[in-house]
Design a protein around this ligand. Sequence first.
Ligand code: NAP
Ligand code: MG
Length: 491
Amino acid sequence: MSFLDYAPAPESTAILNLRENYGLFIGGEFVEGHGTPFSTISPATEKHIAQIANADASDVDAAVAAARRAYDRTWSRMSGSDRGKYLFRIARLVQERARELAVAESLDNGKPIKESRDVDIPLVAAWFFYYAGWADKLDYAGLGPAPRSLGVAAQVIPWNFPLLMLAWKIAPALAAGNTVVIKPAETTPLTALIFAEILQQADLPPGVVNIITGAGDTGHALVNHTDVNKVAFTGSTTVGRAIARSTAGSGKKLTLELGGKAANIVFDDAPIDQAIEGIVNGIFFNQGHVCCAGSRLLVQENIHDEVVSRLKARMSTLRVGDPLDKNTDVGAINSRAQLDRIRELSNVGVDEGAERWSPACQLPDAGFWFAPTIFTGVSTSHRIARDEIFGPVLSILTFRTPAEAIAKANNTPYGLSAGIWSDKGSRILGVADKLRAGVVWANTFNQFDPSSPFGGYKESGYGREGGRHGLAAYLESRGWTAPAVTKGARK
Ligand code: NAP
Ligand code: MG
């Protein structure tokens, strides 16, 4: 340890009160599953955390039946203001148990505690507070008077923001008057199960939210169940496509939040110090396990060398290691499978002729780790410029004119997010208007707010989560359609 190194500052796990075994949360109770239970581990140490029940098709049936009963008998009959009270109560309980949830999330997922503590969990509470406010105001959601709920929502979420994705799914569904069956990802079920305890504390009527754990088969059985009215999925484009095929013609309403390969565009007049922070945040936040990560850096050619050298200097200060250490910037990769994928695509980058660089950093022996990495000399045809790596790996490309930046940014099958760094407001607006991306950040990156809709174009999926738009996914519009926005239609 050199003179100026940080001393370890690990967050204590003493606040956790974990069970050894977690059942499925169906009808307001923990019940045993009929599949073979599995272990959830900490990706930073590969140590077992708890034994998790595995829902088979009969358990999925039971969960959907519980949700249907709760919909028919209580939730759909309750006034919006009463539903709102439950959501406010859940939001406050999340705040009360925030530290415990943050520690559990970092333990199970591998993300740095400063992110789970300062980003994930506060946003979870914010999402419930925000949609609690909507519950008695659905008449003003822009969907016509007294819009009707859909019924039972089947929701499947990924492992990168386990509790936050749960909040994005459950809060609007309940505010709109639907009941829910949700399946967390196999590698990150822990915070969803603590959340089930919070629902018990909040006295939420049994069956309004059911949480079933398991792997892809469980998700498959859930989204294909004949008694669900709505499917909401966040995950890979491959699985999203399969779900779109299997729900087609079933009458189920569907929203898909899939992958991305966002361009983060830096013009030569950008505030460079802020841009470097934004580039680092864009790709190394949450180990790059972010669907809207700024994984393609497009930098104006005349400042390329300066940006790369400043970026390398900044990356050399990133601390990689124990997710529970408050000084950690980059935590563990969530699973061995994801680590293998990141390694494979990075090796392809080298084989295709791009130049790879990582700062010197000591990685722990146990667990799943990948050093922050950049590739220079990347061209648009390289796989590392096209495929989603979903890890701490940045591909750097150059451009000369705004038109070239726009063409390169849009040259992707995805369209979830983008970033623009420039001193000129007119340039930011002009470029943003031409980007085919659901979210465009200007002189910032990875900002999330419950009032702001989030979602993609093209293979990034369809439908929006967040804001008033996020309610539309959980309500019938009764034939009333919002007036079309005719941007640019008139000269
Ligand atoms: P994934 O395999 O699609 O998994 C997502 C969820 O679907 C998990 O709960 C998974 O269960 C489940 N699942 C797997 N196969 C299924 C099937 N046939 N039917 C129904 N459900 C099924 O995705 P991943 O590789 O774990 O997650 C990373 C991907 O998610 C990335 O591509 C990323 O871009 C995308 N993502 C997108 C967003 C967004 O907002 N657009 C957010 C986060 C992640 P198990 O995990 O238990 O197998
Ligand atoms: Mg785990």
